[in-house]
Ligand binder design. Structure first.
Ligand code: NDP
Ligand code: 8X3
Length: 271
């Protein structure tokens, strides 16, 4: 835009320079938590295939190394990171430097027992990873993300919206993720940073195996005779969200397998 004396408007110049700088930066960097399995691993593959540099994190070193060997050590940087360790999170963020995309994917669910029949430790582990770790990492990486006008994509779940028996803590953590994502958008107003919560239903990964303490038969039974979403479905969706034009923000995106839908309320009767 030109002013009346023909000079380019300062704001327009700055925007043009910023866009040119972004375009000139050959590769973008995605920091992905929980890249050792399931959705995070599929996202690492999807973003690396699209030319991004991926910082792949998780607790299982052998899997991170295998991923780097598969995708190329020039494309994948490996960072061992336990999302329940705030000091380690801050150190990892400092090591990572500025990133264009933070995918807060690492997460887990305690076993599906009603709270009154449950052990406390698995619930606290889920809260530490799904909530505390996510907040700590986001906060630590934000200055670099703001500098790059980047994006944050948080893994929520349909469990944030639709309650089920035995899901109080897991659903509660994902409801936090949804609200945190929306409020963070307000904090970041005017920075150009985009924030999205992705909220899938059933995706066949190691999620149910972990939730059931390694019981493969229980996991197989949950996904038997139906067609769950795949980790690749979610990776494709996340890549789409991340590569929309910079003026478009998807606030929250819920998706389910066609073969999963809703059941009604339950009623405890006097008889
Ligand atoms: P997986 O169990 O296959 O993957 C979970 C990932 O999270 C692993 O890479 C694991 O890495 C990582 N992780 C778990 N705890 C920690 C921790 N303390 N520190 C660091 N990394 C950790 O499950 P999904 O791929 O399905 O799950 C990914 C996300 O998607 C989770 O947030 C989950 O809640 C969410 N989700 C899953 C759905 C599903 O049906 N599968 C549906 C909706 C949402 P490692 O063990 O190596 O540390
Ligand atoms: C897990 C989704 O549908 O298995 O986040 O509860 S579901």
């Amino acid at each position: 835009m030109r002013t009346s004396n023909g000079a380019l408007h300062n704001g327009t110049v700055l925007t043009a320079v910023a866009t040119a700088c972004t375009a000139l930066r050959m590769t973008r960097t995605a920091f992905i938590t929980g890249a050792t399995s399931g959705i995070g691993q599929a996202c690492a593959r999807r973003f690396a295939a699209a030319g991004w540099t991926v910082i792949a994190t998780g607790r299982r070193r052998d899997r991170l190394d295998a991923l780097a060997a598969e995708l190329g050590e020039d494309k994948v940087r490996v960072l061992l990171l336990d999302m329940s360790d705030v000091a380690a999170i801050e150190a990892a963020a400092a090591q990572a430097g500025a990133v264009d995309l933070l995918l807060n994917n690492a997460g887990l669910a305690p076993p599906m027992a009603p709270l009154q029949e449950s052990a406390l430790a698995p619930s606290l582990a889920a809260i530490e990873t799904n909530i505390a770790g996510l907040v700590a990492l986001t906060r630590a990486l934000l200055p670099g993300i703001i500098a790059r006008k980047g994006a944050i994509i948080n893994m929520g779940s349909v469990a944030a919206t639709y309650p089920y028996r035995g899901g109080a803590v897991y659903g509660g953590t994902k409801a936090f993720v949804r609200q945190f994502s929306l409020d963070l958008r307000s904090d970041l107003h005017g920075t150009g940073v985009r924030v999205t919560a992705i909220e899938p239903g059933m995706v066949e990964t190691e999620f149910t195996l972990v939730r059931n303490g390694g019981d493969q038969a229980a996991s197989d039974a949950l996904y038997a005779d139906m067609e769950p979403l795949t980790a690749q479905d979610i990776a494709e969706t996340i890549h789409w969200v991340a590569t929309l034009p910079p003026h478009v923000n998807v606030n929250a995106l819920e998706l389910m397998p066609v073969t999963q839908s809703f059941a009604g309320f339950q009623i405890a009767r006097n008889t």
